[in-house]
Write a protein that binds this ligand. Structure first.
Ligand code: NAP
Length: 288
């Protein structure tokens, strides 16, 4: 069993940290809004630390799952940041969806302290975190990865080292590119079916068993048809992720015309008041 810290008890981090505790690891938590950390400790035991630095001190592995690149820099390199508490031989595993650039920067900063850094963004959403069945895409060195993997599996059903620092974030970018195009296709299909006067639930039931079937169709088709979006993966988060994707594409020369357009569709959903709506709300702009 490992001594671990978890920084960032949001929608994802809160249940991920709980799975670590349930698997028998010794867990210290830190959350910027301290009340959430206190609630976590009252429900799960363990210890709450006042700063990321204090949380990181003396741990085998420090996990984080915060918002974006700037948030990540703040909890690692900022005042009383976790990297000040890292000791030689310790390991920092970051589950934030962030840029490959910040992953490489933190990999180097951890190395300067004799520690290791793994970028490890996740897929599977809130339900995946709560049920401990996330998919984790990692970048970094093989030796620290092999130490981290069994502990990560406390809240995952798949975990894989994809290559050097930043490779986990690059893999997550591909995940988001694939989702964006797929959700737009599904939205257009359902929209068309309604205009054609078909029974959408029957349509989804039959075509989900054929070549058009997907996770999005299985898990979001019905709620898209009902116009329900007050759950799931927020449009604001998706736009943050697509900004990272499009920034990386500008650097590596990839051509992503559909992704760039769908990013603009999400901007329209935000203007409709959909900042916190699930990403399946792309259909709402077709039905305005
Ligand atoms: P969330 O519920 O908004 O939680 C964000 C967490 O980060 C909170 O604990 C927040 O603390 C903390 N935080 C943010 N900025 C911080 C800062 N500057 N300093 C210290 N702490 C800070 O977000 P989430 O849904 O858990 O998502 C977290 C990450 O996972 C994001 O990168 C997201 O893209 C990714 N992700 C999310 C999902 C999903 O379905 N939600 C799926 C896959 C990946 P406070 O409590 O004080 O605000």
């Amino acid at each position: 069993m490992a001594k671990v810290a978890f920084l960032g008890l949001g929608v994802m981090g809160y249940p991920m940290a709980r799975h670590l505790k349930d698997k028998g690891h010794e867990v210290t938590v830190y959350n910027r809004t301290a009340a959430k950390a206190e609630k976590w400790v009252s429900e799960n035991g363990g210890r709450a630390a006042a700063t990321p630095r204090e949380a990181a001190e003396g741990q085998d592995i420090v996990f984080a799952c915060v918002g974006n690149d700037d948030d990540l820099r703040q909890v690692t390199l900022g005042e009383d940041g976790a990297f000040q508490g890292l000791t030689s031989g310790s390991l920092f595993v970051d589950h934030t969806t962030a840029s490959a650039e910040v992953a490489r920067e933190l990999y180097a900063a951890a190395q300067d302290r004799g520690a290791a850094f793994i970028d490890a963004p996740v897929s599977g959403g809130q339900a995946g975190a709560e049920n401990g069945v996330l998919t984790v895409m990692c970048g970094g060195d093989a030796e620290p990865y092999s130490k981290a993997e069994p502990v990560i599996m406390s809240f995952a059903r798949a975990c894989r080292l994809m290559g050097p620092a930043g490779s986990g974030q690059l893999t997550k970018m591909i995940n988001q590119i694939c989702i964006a195009g797929l959700v737009q296709g599904l939205a257009e299909g359902i929209h068309f079916g309604k205009k054609a006067g078909l029974d959408i639930e029957a349509v989804l039931d039959v075509i989900s068993k054929g070549a058009a079937g997907s996770w999005q169709m299985e898990n979001r088709g019905k709620t898209m048809n009902q116009g329900k979006f007050d759950f799931g993966f927020a449009v604001d988060w998706m736009r943050k992720d697509l900004a990272i994707v499009l920034g990386e594409a500008r650097k590596n020369g990839a051509s992503l015309p559909a992704t760039a357009m769908i990013d603009q569709f999400y901007a329209e959903v935000q203007k409709m008041g959909g900042n916190r709506w699930d990403t399946s709300s792309l259909i709402a702009r077709l039905e305005r």
